[in-house]
Design a protein around this ligand. Structure first.
Ligand code: GTQ
Length: 349
């Protein structure tokens, strides 16, 4: 591999002339933008403990009325990417959102796509395109790019959920913006997870004739995902992960064009080694306690904690409990990488 020339080797006067014309020599920076063999991520493996987040989020509820916040959220900033940039990974924004009883977060739509995974509380709801989706712990609710959405809370006690958005990417593309709207009229039907898409393998007959909605299902109830994972245990080899992907029930492909969602169950005492891959991801603990290694970094995680996995990182996940399963929710940017035709998996030799 040839040594590349440096800036220092170039005459100062020449560098000044380049700068005056908005020109940059590539070769001194070539290895930084095209490292050999694999990427050199700035993203750090980071763990956010819900124990740390929760009191600060509740304090936000006292300090800032919802009207002054629009969305009352603490964003998880990766120090490697600049904490203030609100990036958990280069493509994934993660926020923890608090809504108190009776509060509403007004209706809007935006170019970034979002999802919620409910962390605690009962009685919260998100209305998406007129469909009122209940929010119970672990539920996944999609608010794809361009869909109207608003949040509310009809129960008691705080409701907290994790937001994941493709905001860093859309912002980087200078395409991120939002439109405010009036509160939506409700369709007055149960959400589609209870009616049109009640069960995997069944879709409304008319969807076969084409004219499919791009986002037929907005809510994936955790109670059913959890049951599905548990049912797989008997049928999954000890060396295989119990891992289900959330998909669009009409196309069988990822729910959103940019971010992917999946849920894994770790059997009591299990150490899982998910395949190393080119995607970055964020792992959120829905239930259980354990340990993780992300390249050289070691974490001890508990229920409701959240941690990052940079691109190409090697991961191990251990369930510390000898008696109870653990359940993890995974957000990744594999759908973007697949569309751009460079997604890779690196099975262990
Ligand atoms: O709930 O619509 O964390 O628009 C960031 C931006 C949540 C939301 C966030 C948003 C929302």
């Amino acid at each position: 591999m040839a040594e590349l020339g440096t800036r220092e080797e170039l005459p100062a006067e020449y560098l000044d002339h380049l700068a005056a014309k908005n020109l940059v020599p590539l070769w001194p920076s070539l290895r930084a933008v095209l490292p050999y063999g694999k990427p050199a991520p700035n993203t750090q493996p980071v763990l956010w403990r819900y124990k740390d987040i929760r009191p600060l989020l509740l304090q936000a509820g006292e300090l800032t009325p919802i009207e002054k916040a629009e969305r009352r959220v603490l964003a998880l900033g990766n120090p490697g990417l600049g904490v203030d940039n609100m990036m958990a990974t280069p493509s994934i924004y993660i926020g923890m959102q608090l809504i108190q009883p009776g509060e509403t977060a007004p209706c809007h739509k935006h170019t970034p796509s979002a999802i919620r995974c409910v962390v605690e509380g009962s009685g919260g709801f998100t209305t998406v395109e007129g469909e009122k989706c209940p929010m119970e712990k672990g539920d996944l609710i999609l608010t794809p790019s361009g869909t109207w959405h608003e949040h509310g809370h009809e129960g008691s006690g705080p409701v907290v959920w994790m937001d994941a958005l493709d905001l860093p990417l859309i912002y980087y593309l200078e395409a991120s913006y939002c439109i405010e709207g009036e509160s939506q009229p409700l369709t007055n039907l149960p959400d589609a997870s209870q009616t049109r898409y009640r069960r995997a393998g069944l879709v409304p007959y008319k969807s076969l004739a084409g004219g499919r909605a791009p986002y037929p299902l907005y809510r994936y109830p955790w109670i059913e995902v959890r049951e599905s994972l548990e049912a797989l245990e008997a049928d999954t080899g000890a060396d295989e992960m119990i891992w289900l992907a959330y998909v669009n029930p009409e196309t069988g492909t990822e729910c959103l064009p940019t971010l992917g969602f999946s849920a894994a169950m770790l059997r009591p005492g299990e150490t899982a080694r998910p395949v190393r891959r080119s995607a970055s991801s964020v792992i959120h603990v829905i239930e259980g306690e354990g340990e993780a290694t992300v390249d050289e970094t070691e974490f001890v995680w508990e229920e409701d904690d959240t941690f990052t996995v940079p691109t190409h990182a090697a991961v191990t996940l251990t369930n510390r409990s000898a008696r109870h399963p653990a359940f993890l929710f995974v957000v990744d940017d594999a759908p973007i990488q697949r569309k751009l035709l460079f997604y890779e998996e690196f099975p262990e030799a």
